[in-house]
Design a protein around this ligand. Structure first.
Ligand code: B12
Ligand code: SF4
Length: 543
């Protein structure tokens, strides 16, 4: 009913968003708006997203023994959110990492209050106070999950939370904090522990020992301090039997809140060492696989119980072992499930037979990280294939899959001397576009702990003209001048300026000679990412 009523209020709502501070808006794919104030005006007794929160949100359950059980609040700050000319582009993905942690903790007898900040996206989501209010009546242990792009924001939220509630024990985890754990503990005393890498084993051990500081020294995979001494414990052992982890706690979320197809993971880790990637900070280079039968069983549950028909397989390289993919396709066929799925492939692992089998089993989208159109750059970043191979595979893939995504990166420090490598990338982006593939061209984010960062960390610039693509999280219009940043977000910017080695992803290599000239070409050739092209706005950056 709510969905039917809202389109009628569309114009009214948009006006409201632009004028009111208290309004809360979620614009999903441009076709759905939910506005708190309107809901109030039409006397809705509740807001649809509020009833979807776990009961823990409203019920104060303090960390202490509650009939032998303890409680933790897990907060998801992994989100896709871009503000484009006052419009909010937002899509909610399943918080898979936290759903795994939740099911594991619950199996051990802990009560988990899981909160997904994606579902609270408002006009000012990166307002620290707004985020802290979202954590009202959270448990005394609060665990945040974020990628590197929201790490500064997460840290500021943690700081404010600790100021208001000094008794809270604050944990950070996920791909964002994992690579910079030592720096976080060193500089931010309000953060108690950083969990590095895979979380299931570590979080359970941590909560069991949380009241005894000396025991923390025995828990692998954490970084913490006792008084002023920092302990960077050895890495946690990887979970070798992924099937021993309980399935993600799907029952703790409402699928209606998530417009992206459900994510599933069939393996963890990646054996490759691309120079710009940080995947190893979470998983190392060891890949651990789930049993195919369990994966198909999970798909079946999502299909039968939650009526899901399309799935995003989020493995870094789903096609790593061809035989395993054949087995997967075979099992899907046997299950008689009429489903569609999307996954990440890899150029040098594809062949016609594999594509045909995947396509017949319902694969409707394959995504390739191509990363450069220049063989010289591909070699330097250790991609292990050539652009000619990429072109051949993309062309062939288009015969089998309705959608083929290819992504490229520019702004490498390795391409500073001349425009030639970059020009080759631009040519390939245009060529793949014409072939019918979907192309994405991203500006490099020098993330901590990857090879590019380690080799060039002394040479970073923070542009006042442009935040990197990496920050496309709503702090501002991406292509606008930094001065247009909302004042409320200044603390985030200040933190990034203060700690370049904790937040290098926001920086560039040689803004003036490496990035700006390339950005001009990108703009002239209209290669900004598809979403922006689709909206067709005139971005204000003066090139
Ligand atoms: C799905 C996904 C997304 C989803 C987010 C889904 C979600 N709600 O979690 C969306 C589409 C929003 C997304 C966006 C982006 N993503 Co993304 N994404 C992924 C992907 C493919 C899968 C994530 C996943 O589900 N993993 C499986 C779960 C089980 O692992 P996990 O989340 O890491 O959680 C485990 C541990 O990290 C840990 N843990 C996690 N949180 C916590 C919290 C606590 C308290 C504890 C104790 C432990 C813990 O325990 C978990 C279980 O073991 C990963 C690649 C990958 N295969 O992981 C990239 C990845 C995370 N994304 C990445 C990037 C760069 C981005 C973007 C910044 C790209 C861009 N330039 O736009 C954007 C940011 C958004 C934006 N522009 O606004 C990088 C992260 C780099 C970095 N160091 O931060 C990755 C690693 C891809 C890569 N190979 O480079 N992404
Ligand atoms: S970019 Fe992809 S293939 Fe390369 S190391 Fe990262 S996850 Fe692996």
């Amino acid at each position: 009913m709510i969905v039917c009523i809202f389109p009628i209020f569309l114009n009214y709502i948009v006006e409201k968003i632009l004028t009111s501070d208290s309004s809360c808006v979620i614009l999903k794919n441009g076709d759905r708006i939910i506005l708190q104030s309107v809901a109030r005006k039409i006397n809705l007794p509740f807001f649809p997203w509020q009833i979807c929160q776990s009961p823990g949100v409203t019920e104060k359950m303090i960390y202490s023994e509650i009939s032998g059980k303890k409680e933790i609040t897990l907060v998801n700050f992994n989100l896709m959110y871009a503000r484009l000319q006052g419009m909010i582009d937002w899509q909610a993905y399943l918080p898979l990492g936290l759903l795994y942690l939740t099911s594991t903790l619950e199996r051990e007898g802990f009560r988990v209050d899981i909160r997904d900040y994606q579902l609270q996206v408002c006009k000012t989501p990166f307002d620290i106070n707004h985020a802290v209010s979202f954590l009202d009546s959270s448990a005394d242990i609060v665990g945040f999950s974020c990628m590197a792009n929201l790490l500064p924001f997460t840290i500021l939220v943690a700081k404010e939370l600790k100021q208001r509630y000094p008794e809270k024990f604050i944990i950070l985890g996920g791909v964002g904090p994992s690579g910079v754990a030592h720096h976080i503990i060193e500089h931010f005393p309000f953060i108690d522990v950083v969990v590095r890498g895979e979380g299931e084993k570590t979080i359970v051990e941590l909560i069991k020992s949380i009241s005894n500081a000396s025991q923390l020294k025995n828990i692998k995979g954490i970084t913490f301090r006792i008084h002023n001494e920092i302990f960077n414990n050895p890495p946690q052992e990887r979970i070798m039997n992924l099937d021993s982890i309980p399935p993600p706690a799907y029952e703790r979320i409402n699928f209606k809140d998530y417009d992206a197809a459900p994510s599933i993971i069939t393996s963890r880790g990646c054996p490759y060492k691309c120079a710009f990637c940080t995947e190893n900070t979470v998983w190392g280079h060891k890949v651990v696989f789930r049993e195919i039968r369990g994966v198909v069983e999970e798909i079946k549950i999502l299909h039968d119980k939650y009526q899901k028909n399309t799935f995003l397989i989020q493995d870094d390289n789903f096609v790593l072992h061809q035989e395993r993919i054949f087995e997967f396709c075979d099992e899907l066929k046997k299950s008689n499930l009429n489903i569609q799925w999307k996954c990440f492939g890899r150029i040098d692992l594809m062949n016609g037979e594999l594509m045909k089998t995947m396509s017949k089993a319902g694969c409707v989208q394959i995504r390739y990280g191509i990363e450069s159109g220049s063989n010289r750059t591909l070699e330097k970043i250790d991609k292990q294939f050539t652009i000619e191979e990429a072109e051949k595979v993309v062309r062939q893939s288009l015969n089998y899959f309705p959608s083929v995504h290819t992504s490229f990166i520019y702004g490498y420090p390795l391409e500073v001397e001349s425009m030639e490598d970059f020009q080759q990338t631009v040519n390939k982006v245009e060529c793949f576009d014409k072939m019918g593939a979907t192309t994405y061209l991203f500006l490099l984010s020098p993330l901590p702990e990857n090879r590019i960062y380690n080799e060039h960390k002394g040479k970073l610039d923070l542009s006042r003209e442009l935040w990197s693509d990496f920050i496309s999280t709503g702090q501002e219009d991406r292509w606008n001048d930094i001065n247009l940043l909302d004042k409320k977000h200044k603390p985030i910017y200040d933190l990034i300026v203060q700690y370049p080695y904790i937040f290098p992803g926001f920086y560039h290599y040689d803004w003036e000679h490496n990035v700006l000239p390339k950005l001009r070409v990108v703009k002239k050739r209209n290669l900004f990412d598809r979403k922006i092209r689709k909206i067709g706005k005139d971005y204000k950056i003066d090139l």
